[in-house]
Design a protein around this ligand. Structure first.
Ligand SMILES: *Cc1c(COP(=O)(O)O)cnc(C)c1O
Length: 388
């Protein structure tokens, strides 16, 4: 192939980041240590969160949260089916019931109005998802949680750098961010748990490392006293410093990274507007700052001529990577086969199901050029009407 492969994403890593990882490797201390403490501080500075705990993944953060909240058999947790499977898997593994809430058909985000009818006396937690880099309409969702006295935890895996009503996502409540390789800021694998609840932060910090008791020295340096004892049985979900330092470098450039993604996304949206049968997600009208994690289009096969899966296949033959974020959880094998028998009927998720068939994520990463965007858009234009 003459043209190089254009991936769906590519981490925004520069020479200095590679040097910083090498320095950690040479330092003799490669696992959890001072770089974790610096990363946590950087996240707190950026988001305004009161507490931040670095973890091995966002999935680990979700596990620790559900465990810390004592979520288990007989409990219900409301979350969208249009999310990454990790949340739904963990709710299920804890023995609780994932209650799927539909999403707005054009933003893929859930709303207080959609959540409210699903609340029962078994509802223990609501986990809405900031989607693709846009922010949820948090005020309404938090107000709902307060009215019913049900905690809300934000899945902010896509939302590092996003703001709601001029406030960074992460400043209020409890949020779980992901630093997985596809995300805007990455440590290869990693997650950050932020909260304004000091007790919860302390518990998560303890649970992430065998349940060993945490003191001030641990909090500030991530070094644990050799005398530390098990305060309760815990897990092993800490982040190594070779990963933490990688995210640390990107965090110092987060404004620039978000700016580049934004410019590319806006240019994409301008170009895509001309293609019939292709509809990008809508940007919510309330005050927020989008961090453009994903550039998602919907392919309407009846107008475009070919369906989403064919588009992805044909993109592949042209050397362009594309993705699906996400295939609705309730349509995946295990949940399709076992949900009803285990938990009963799934209420209507028509916006989720429609999008699950049509969504396609296009390449978007800071080091892309306008020419790369043109290449994707022109390829899409050439595919249009293929089977007509
Ligand atoms: C990536 C992602 C997660 C999980 O993040 P990991 O760090 O890979 O565990 C959770 N929720 C959403 C919406 C995600 O996109």
């Amino acid at each position: 192939m003459s043209t190089p492969f254009l991936p769906l994403c590519r981490p925004a890593i520069i020479e200095e980041d590679i040097q910083a990882v090498a320095d950690v490797l040479r330092s003799g201390w490669i696992t959890t240590g001072p770089k974790n403490a610096q990363l946590e501080q950087k996240i707190m500075d950026h988001t305004g969160a009161k507490h931040a705990v670095a973890l091995s993944s966002a999935t680990a953060g979700m596990h620790l949260l559900l465990y810390a909240m004592g979520i288990g058999a007989g409990d219900e947790v409301i979350t969208p089916s249009m999310t990454w499977v990790s949340t739904v898997n963990l709710i299920t593994l804890m023995g609780a019931k994932p209650v799927f809430v539909d999403v707005n058909v054009n933003t893929l985000m859930t709303t207080a109005e959609l959540i409210e009818p699903l609340i029962t006396d078994k509802t223990k937690l609501i986990i809405p998802v900031h989607y693709a880099g846009a922010a949820l309409d948090l005020d309404a969702i938090y107000a709902l949680g307060e009215r019913y006295n049900i905690p809300v935890v934000e899945d902010a895996a896509h939302a590092l750098g996003a703001e709601y009503q001029d406030v960074p996502v992460g400043r209020q409540g409890t949020c779980i961010f992901s630093l997985h390789a596809i995300k805007n800021i990455t440590s290869a694998e990693g997650g950050i748990f932020t909260t304004d609840n000091a007790q919860l932060a302390e518990r998560i910090r303890r649970l992430k490392f065998h349940g060993l008791a945490v003191d001030t020295f641990d909090r500030e340096t991530q070094g644990r006293a050799p005398q530390a004892e098990v305060a309760e049985p815990g897990f092993k979900y800490n982040m190594p410093d070779i990963c933490a330092v990688l995210a640390l470098g990107q965090m110092s450039r987060i404004a620039e990274i978000t700016q580049k993604r934004t410019e590319l996304a806006l240019y994409y949206r301008e170009q895509l507007a001309e293609i019939e049968g292709i509809t990008p997600l809508s940007v919510p009208s309330y005050q927020h700052k989008h961090c453009w994690h994903l550039l998602i289009i919907r392919v309407d096969a009846t107008v475009f001529g070919i369906d989403r899966n064919e588009v992805i296949e044909l993109f592949k033959t042209k050397g362009i990577g594309a993705g699906i974020h996400f295939k609705a959880c309730h349509t995946q094998k295990y949940y399709r086969e076992h949900y009803i028998e285990k938990f009963g009927k799934i209420l209507s998720l028509k916006n989720t199901e429609k999008n699950s068939e049509q969504i396609c994520s296009l390449p978007l990463f800071p080091d892309m050029s306008v020419n790369d965007v043109n290449r994707v858009v022109n390829t899409l234009k050439n595919l249009s009407g293929k089977n007509k």
